[in-house]
Write a protein that binds this ligand. Sequence first.
Ligand code: HEC
Length: 126
Amino acid sequence: MIAEPEGDVGHYVATLIFPSPGIWSWSISAFGPEQSLPPLAVLSLTEYGEALFVAKGCAMCHVHRESGVTPVATINRGPDLSRRSFDAAYLREWLRDPSAVDSDAVMPALGLSDDEINALIAFLNG
Ligand code: HEC
């Protein structure tokens, strides 16, 4: 893979596509011999969704047996999502903006990207 110059002088960009999740070793060759870089952890979609479940604050309001985090919310706490699965199209709309699905919804819209929503769907329905 060859990186292409982009933007400022000295800035190069390459797109790496890893064939499968796991821990990958990688290295670069620039101005001399090949240099090893720290290993990269490539997550599956489900693992990414699990990480987002904690990072985006879902675990503050919802129990999920996989997350290992105990919710702290004392008000506006949501249902236990451990053994639930949902219609994917419904979940996509709900996660984008709960109040657009149900005007009485208490759950906040969390400004999730499409990629984040896809990962959360894989985790919740997995
Ligand atoms: C501030 C607390 C709070 C946070 C943060 C939160 N939720 Fe909720 N969630 C709720 C509440 C409360 C409900 C119950 C419905 C309602 O009143 O909004 C709910 C409902 C749900 C439902 C069930 C929808 C249904 O139709 O039964 C899902 C799925 C869900 N949340 C997923 C998530 C995910 C994924 C995240 C993180 C991206 C998240 N929630 C973040 C409070 C929260």
